[in-house]
Design a binder for this molecule. Sequence first.
Ligand SMILES: C[S@@+](CC[C@H](N)C(=O)[O-])C[C@H]1O[C@@H](n2cnc3c(N)ncnc32)[C@H](O)[C@@H]1O
Length: 277
Amino acid sequence: MKKGRGRTSRIRRRKLCTNFQSRGDTGRGLMSRTSLQEGQVIISLPESCLLTTDTVIRSHLGAYIAKWQPLPSPLLALCTFLVAEKHAGDRSPWKPYLEVLPKAYTCPVCLEPEVVALLPGPLEAKAREQRTRVRELFTSSRGFFSSLQPLLSEAAASVFSYRAFLWAWCTVNTRAVYMERGRRQGLSAEPDTCALAPYLDLLNHSPAVQVKAAFNEETRCYEIRTGSGCRRHEEVFICYGPHDSRRLLLEYGFVPRGNPHACVPVSQGRMNFGSYH
Ligand SMILES: C[S@@+](CC[C@H](N)C(=O)[O-])C[C@H]1O[C@@H](n2cnc3c(N)ncnc32)[C@H](O)[C@@H]1O
């Protein structure tokens, strides 16, 4: 008998298809198995499934973070945790999540300088700025990475390579949900607003939908409610924000089709020139 031809396997296949859909240009996404009415919860993820700076501080990294000066930022803590857990492989409780994360990203920060130079002027400038910021964060954190050597089975410099750091930075930047929290002990005063939300982070962006997303203090879950409804067996989208295409490319590595927030930045000189109307 050919593998995967029976009824059980057909049902299993159908279940997989309804949960996890692959679409050419958006990568993976989520599809609803029922129709969703306006205001209904699309997805609700318990606090224990979120990867936040609390997760990092409670982990084996916590003691090293507490000792390090200057205090690491919340973003650095998350990136460091991702790289360290990836390095831990089978020993990491986050392995199932880490395995489904993209291996590479399409954000301009990952592009070679020769490719960045081909981007339109204002976008090129932003991409360069972003690249410099990420590079500087990496370079200024080398000492902190070295301090983690006792936790690592390889040289800290090879575990915390720029490539690994960039992957972690893009993971946080393209997939984290916004979750504002107070300052955590041991971390710098920079805003602590990012949380990784496994499974929920498979939702793709559409500027045409409205959603409400927030951590519910009563249920202790991160919840997303649809503001527009969704038909059964259709892909469920959320809106990452009313971002123009340049911002979406810079932060998320894609340009959506038909973006109502698309705009063309006009330089000061151009504006004067253009004010003849
Ligand atoms: C939060 S993840 C969503 C899940 C992602 N598609 C995956 O395969 O893991 C965000 C990423 O999905 C992709 N994405 C989301 N919405 C998109 C869209 N409307 N068009 C193209 N790519 C999109 C981009 O690569 C973006 O960085």
